[in-house]
Design a protein around this ligand. Structure first.
Ligand code: SER
Length: 678
C-alpha cells in the first residue's frame, strides 16, 4: 500500500520520466493581484497559459500546496472537504495536448497506482468527441463508463475571465455501500460519496474575455490536477481523507491533546476533523508569511484558526492547543516541504499569540452573553435582539454562531434577521464613508490642468535647481497659492518621504515653497508669496532647500537599511506597512506578532551602523519588473508599479524598488539610532 509521501514522489518521478521539469511548490501567497491565495496547481503558471510570458520549460510537473475556503462550513463534516490540500499536476505550455494527457493519466492510474480498471469511470465535456475517442482508442476504456457532462462539471476556469477549457475527469467507484445500486452511474442522485473524482485533466485552449466570449489562446495547453488526499484515501482503502496516513497522525494528536476519542460519536469526529484540517492550513499559511489580521489573507487565517479553537472548546478543551498541533503537522510534512522545519518556532509563536487572544475573547464573550441572557430571563423575556448579538460580534469579535449556540442552550432565541440587518447597516456605513472620500479627492483644478497640459516632469533626481515655466496657479486657503510648472526639481510627497521645501523666484517675484504634493503625476507646489505675484507662462527659478533634501535622503536610505536589518533579526515575514521619512527622523511601520525586544533593537541598530561604516555607494538603476524581481528587489505588497521600475541598491545588502531620493554613499548617514518602538 502506497503512503501519501510515496504517491507524491511517484507522481513527480513518472512525469519527470516523460521529460517534465519538476518545479517546487509555489507559495500559498500567489504572485497575482487577482487572487488572495493559491487555489490550484495552475495558479503559478497563469502567465504562461495566457501567453503573457514565455514558459521556461514546455512541460512542468508539481505538487502544489493550495487553499480553498469557499466551503469552509463543510470542512470536517464531509469525507473530502479541506481548506489546505495538495494538488499533483502535469502541465504543457503549447507542447503536448489531449492525447498524451489522457494516455499518461491512464498509465499512471493503472500501472503506478494500480487502481482496479473496472472501478474507474471518466467524464468528458458534452461536445468533446475527441476526448471520448482518445479514451476508447488509446486506453481501451469501455464506452459505457464514459459520461458526458456540461459546463458546471466539465469546464474549468481559474476565474470569470482568463484561460479555460473543457476537461475530462477520472473517477473511482467506491462501490454500492456508498450509495446507489448496481446500475448507478456518475451524476445519479445519492451517489456523491460513491463516485470520487481523483484527477481533472483540463484542455486549456480558450481565453474568456470580459464580455464573456471565448477567444482561442495563442497555444493549446494542458493543466491537470489530482488531489493527493483523495488518491491516498482510494489507494489506502480509507472511507475518508482524514484516515489516510497523511492526516490521521494529526487527527490522533488532536484527540490525544484534547482527551477525546475518534470514532465514538459524529460530533466528536466532526470537531477532530476540523482541528486536523485547520491545523495543517494554519501551519502552512503562517509558514508562507501570512499573519492573522482583519483583512485579506490574514483574515482567512484568523477565521480558520478561530474555527479550530472553537472546536477545541466543543470537545471540552479549554487550554491552548493549536500551537502544539503545529509540531505534528511539521513532522508529517517536512519531507515534502523542508522549509517548515526551519520556521517551526516562528509558526508556533504566531499561532500561540493569536490563539491566546482569541481564547480571551471567547472567555470574555461567553461571560457577556451569559450576562445578557441573565438580564433577559430575569425580566421574563426569551429573545436576544440584534443590537446585543451585533455588539458582541462587532466590538468583541465574538462569533455570531457562538452567541446563538449559548443562547439556545439556555432556551433563548437570537433574532438572526436583526443581526443581519445590523451587519448590512454597518456595510452601508462603510460604503458611504468610502464615497465621501472619493468626492473629496476630485479636484477640478487638477482635472482641468490634466486635460490641458497632461502631467508635469520631475527633474529632481538629477538636480535641485531648475528653471521652469508656470503653467497654472490658484489661490488656496490662508493666503497661500498652488503653483504648477511644466517641470520641477521639487520632490512631491510619496512613498513615505515628505515633499521638498525651498524657494521659487524671479527678478520681481519670490515665494517660499512649504510643501509639494502630486496627483496624477502633476506636481503641485504650495507656496507663500513674499514678493510680487505669480504669472502664468513666465519662467521662474526653482530652488530646493538642499540641506533639508539631503537630511531627508539620509533618512530615506537609512529606512532601507533598517528594513533589511529588521528582516535579518526579526524574520523575513516583516514587511513594510508604511513609513514616514522627513529631514529629522524616519518612522518605519511593519507587522509583527509581538513587540520587538530591546536586544533585537540593539542588534538592528548595530547591523545598520556597521553597514554605514562600510561606506557603500548607493546605486540607482531602472529595470523591467521581471528584471527587478530577478535582482531580488523587495517590492511592497499593494504597490502599483509601472512598466519600468526604479531600483535603489546598497550592493550586497539591500535592494528595493523605490521612487525616493537617496544619498550617494551610505557613510553620509553618519549614525543610526532607534529612539522609540511601539
Ligand atoms: N486547474 C484544475 C483544477 O483545479 C486542474 O488542475 O481542478
Amino acid at each position: 500500500m502506497l503512503t501519501g509521501n510515496e504517491i507524491r514522489e511517484k507522481f513527480i518521478e513518472f512525469f519527470m520520466q516523460k521529460q517534465h521539469k519538476h518545479f517546487e511548490s509555489a507559495s500559498l501567497i500567489p504572485d497575482d493581484p487577482t487572487l488572495l491565495l493559491t487555489v490550484a496547481g495552475m495558479v503559478p503558471f497563469k502567465p504562461y497559459f495566457l501567453g503573457q510570458k514565455e514558459a521556461p520549460y514546455p512541460r512542468v510537473t508539481t505538487y502544489q500546496k493550495c487553499i480553498r475556503t469557499n466551503d469552509l462550513e463543510n470542512v470536517g463534516r464531509t469525507a473530502r472537504h479541506h481548506t489546505f490540500f495538495e494538488m499533483l499536476g502535469n502541465f504543457s505550455f503549447g507542447d503536448y495536448f489531449k492525447e498524451e494527457a489522457i494516455a499518461w493519466s491512464w498509465e499512471f492510474v493503472t500501472e503506478v497506482l494500480k487502481l482496479d480498471k473496472d472501478k474507474l469511470w471518466v467524464t468528458v465535456f458534452t461536445t468533446d468527441d475527441e476526448a471520448e475517442r482518445i479514451w476508447i482508442e488509446k486506453c481501451n476504456f469501455p464506452k459505457e463508463r464514459i459520461v458526458r457532462m456540461g459546463e458546471s462539471e466539465n469546464w474549468w476556469s481559474a476565474g470569470p475571465t482568463g484561460s479555460c477549457g473543457p476537461c475530462s475527469e477520472i473517477h473511482v467507484d467506491l462501490g454500492v455501500q456508498y450509495g446507489g445500486d448496481e446500475n448507478s452511474k456518475i451524476g445519479d442522485e445519492g451517489t456523491d460519496n460513491r463516485f470520487i473524482e481523483i484527477w481533472n485533466l483540463v484542455f486549456t485552449e480558450w481565453n474568456r474575455m470580459e464580455d464573456g466570449s471565448l477567444e482561442p489562446l495563442p497555444k493549446k495547453n494542458i493543466d491537470t490536477g489530482a488531489g493527493l488526499e483523495r488518491i491516498a484515501a482510494v489507494v489506502q482503502g480509507k472511507p475518508n481523507n482524514f484516515e489516510t496516513d497523511l492526516l490521521f497522525p494529526i487527527l490522533e494528536e488532536a484527540a490525544r491533546i484534547t482527551g477525546s476519542q475518534y470514532g465514538k460519536n459524529p460530533e466528536t469526529n466532526f470537531s477532530l476533523k476540523v482541528i486536523t484540517d485547520h491545523a495543517r492550513a494554519v501551519t502552512f499559511l503562517v509558514n508562507d508569511g501570512v499573519i492573522p489580521s482583519n483583512e485579506g489573507r490574514g483574515y482567512i487565517l484568523r477565521r480558520i484558526l478561530r474555527r479550530a479553537v472553537r472546536h477545541g472548546r466543543l470537545l471540552g478543551y479549554k487550554e491552548l492547543f493549536m500551537y502544539k498541533m503545529v509540531d505534528k503537522v511539521v513532522e508529517r510534512f517536512e519531507v515534502a516541504y523542508p522549509d517548515l522545519k526551519k520556521n517551526l518556532e516562528n509558526i508556533r509563536k504566531i499561532v500561540k499569540i493569536e490563539e491566546e487572544k482569541f481564547s480571551n475573547t471567547l472567555d470574555q464573550g461567553i461571560q457577556l452573553v451569559n450576562q445578557e441572557i441573565d438580564n433577559l430571563l430575569v425580566n421574563g423575556k426569551n429573545k436576544l435582539d440584534g443590537e446585543v448579538s451585533f455588539k458582541l460580534y462587532d466590538t468583541y469579535g465574538f462569533p455570531y454562531e457562538l452567541t446563538e449556540e449559548i443562547a439556545e442552550e439556555r432556551g433563548v432565541t437570537v433574532l438572526r434577521e436583526e443581526f443581519e440587518a445590523k451587519m448590512e447597516e454597518q456595510k452601508e456605513k462603510a460604503r458611504s464613508a468610502r464615497e465621501v472620500v472619493m468626492e473629496k479627492g476630485q479636484d477640478s483644478f487638477i482635472e482641468d490642468f490634466y486635460d490641458k497640459h497632461g502631467v508635469t516632469k520631475f527633474t529632481g533626481y538629477e538636480k535641485t535647481e531648475d528653471e521652469a515655466t508656470l503653467l497654472s496657479s490658484r489661490e488656496a486657503k490662508d493666503g497661500k497659492y498652488l503653483l504648477i510648472f511644466d517641470k520641477t526639481p521639487f520632490y512631491a510627497e510619496s512613498g513615505g518621504q515628505v515633499g521638498d521645501q525651498g524657494r521659487i523666484y524671479s527678478d520681481n517675484f519670490s515665494a517660499k515653497v512649504l510643501d509639494v504634493q502630486k496627483q496624477k503625476d502633476i506636481f503641485i507646489h504650495t507656496v507663500e508669496i513674499e514678493k510680487g505675484s505669480a504669472e502664468e507662462n513666465k519662467t521662474y527659478k526653482l530652488e530646493v532647500n538642499l540641506l533639508r533634501r539631503l537630511d531627508t535622503a539620509k533618512n530615506h536610505t537609512a529606512t532601507h537599511l533598517l528594513h533589511k536589518a529588521l528582516r535579518e533579526v526579526v524574520g523575513t515575514h516583516v514587511q513594510q506597512a508604511g513609513s514616514l521619512v522627513d529631514p529629522d527622523k524616519l518612522r518605519f511601520d511593519f507587522s509583527h506578532y509581538e513587540a520587538v525586544t530591546a536586544e533585537q533593537l540593539a542588534k538592528i541598530e548595530n547591523i545598520v551602523n556597521e553597514k554605514i561604516r562600510e561606506g557603500i555607494d548607493v546605486v540607482v538603476s531602472h529595470h523591467s519588473i521581471e528584471e527587478a524581481k530577478n535582482l531580488g528587489a523587495m517590492m511592497l505588497f499593494g504597490d502599483k508599479y509601472g512598466e519600468v521600475v526604479r531600483v535603489v541598491d546598497v550592493p550586497g545588502f539591500s535592494t528595493e524598488l523605490c521612487g525616493g531620493t537617496h544619498i550617494d554613499n551610505i557613510a553620509k548617514i553618519g549614525l543610526f539610532k532607534i529612539v522609540s518602538e511601539g
